[in-house]
Write a protein that binds this ligand. Structure first.
Ligand SMILES: [Zn+2]
Ligand SMILES: [Zn+2]
Length: 371
């Protein structure tokens, strides 16, 4: 999407994300083309995991740059980039070479990011869609301020600084420590977790400010009241934009997510047991022998990538089911109060927003045919 087609707040947020994408892409290209780069212990080569993480990250920052409308288009572009990156490594003098295995590692990384983007995509149910639109707009409002954007970068850096040594330390107690691999995983998880926490806290603070000062989500200016489009930028306010939007109670979220989480854990357990049990039966068959030979030879270090992909698939399906179950419960919030369970069907909601007569919690009602 072109920057000029965006509203001022999004334009600033996306412009800064694209700067980060540019820096990241520069480092990734330099890293994959650096002459005769050799990292870590040759018995546990780390290059497959580096390709996985580097291109998974590229796909993530591409999505933040909002160049693509569909995740498929983004994935296709990232995969083409990976092919080009690998082909140009065959340039004489770099001391590096074209490797199908490195390319596969990159694709798996980009594919994992695409799966998580799918799992966190906007859902179609009206209330869920409204809440997501509001959340995304408030995130843009947060990131449109350079100081907050830098605070996010600093949080991610702090997460990396804590995550890396922690993972290396935890890995150190195993019988065959692989510190470089553990460090990379700790770096990614630490950075993601810290960024996530910062965004959630900053969004809460910004939501309060938006409601208190009736900020427009298009331009960030104070506009008066709920009526009509913004006089500064023309954006129409979301339904109940300056109205507290109660969510599900924590206990209801736990109830909604317990079955999917148990299902996910069960799937992982089942997969481990199935692999252990079948190893003796199929372990000597021709395809498995070939696969093992490949994993010990050119694909050395790839096994960890396959494990991560399997985990990501289970995690994506779990997140998707959990989000859908929460969305369905939120949809009933205009009929049964999310705060106290009071029947709201007789309670009026002028302009789509109302308050529960029992506990005072707010609710949003999207009329049929008027989404
Ligand atoms: Zn505006
Ligand atoms: Zn109530």
């Amino acid at each position: 999407m072109r920057l000029s087609a965006m509203e001022p707040v999004s334009r600033r947020a996306v412009a800064m994300s694209r700067v980060v994408l540019g820096l990241y892409a520069g480092v990734a290209v330099a890293g994959t083309h650096w002459p005769r780069l050799q990292i870590g212990d040759p018995n546990h080569p780390v290059d497959k995991m580096l390709h996985f993480v580097a291109f998974g990250g590229l796909a993530f920052f591409l999505s933040r740059g909002r160049y693509f409308r569909s995740t498929w288009a983004l994935l296709l572009f990232a995969c083409a980039w990976i092919v080009l990156d690998e082909v140009t490594q065959a340039v004489p003098g770099l001391g590096r070479s074209f490797s199908v295995e490195d390319m596969l590692a990159g694709w798996l990384g980009a594919g994992s990011t695409a799966l998580m983007l799918w799992a966190t995509r906007p859902l179609r149910l009206p209330i869920a869609r409204l809440r997501r639109e509001r959340f995304d707009a408030v995130v843009d409002l947060v990131l449109s301020e350079p100081s907050r954007f830098m605070a996010l970068v600093a949080s991610a850096a702090a997460g990396v600084t804590i995550g890396m040594p922690t993972a290396i330390m935890l890995n150190g107690v195993s019988e065959t420590p692989t510190p470089v691999q553990a460090g990379i995983i700790g770096l990614v998880l630490g950075g993601l977790a810290a960024s996530f926490v910062y965004v959630i806290l900053a969004v809460r603070a910004m939501e309060d400010r938006m409601m208190e000062r009736t900020l427009c989500l298009g331009c960030g200016q104070t506009v008066g009241g709920e009526a009509g489009p913004c006089t500064a930028c023309g954006r129409t306010p979301l339904l109940g934009q300056w109205f507290p939007m109660p969510g599900l109670a924590p206990s209801a979220i736990v109830r909604a997510c317990t079955p999917p989480v148990l299902g996910g854990l069960g799937t992982i357990l089942f997969a481990i047991i199935a692999i252990q049990l079948s190893a003796g039966v199929v372990g000597t068959s021709e395809p498995v022998l070939l696969l093992n030979e490949w994993l010990r030879g050119p694909a050395r270090g790839m096994e960890a990538n396959f494990h991560i992909v399997l985990l990501v698939i289970v995690a994506a399906l779990t997140v998707d089911r959990c989000r859908n179950r929460i969305a369905v419960r939120l949809e009933y919030g205009s009929r049964t109060c999310l705060g106290c369970g009071h029947d709201l069907r007789a309670t009026s909601a002028p302009k789509g927003v109302g308050r529960c007569g029992e506990c005072g919690a707010g609710f949003v009602r999207v009329e049929a045919g008027n989404p």
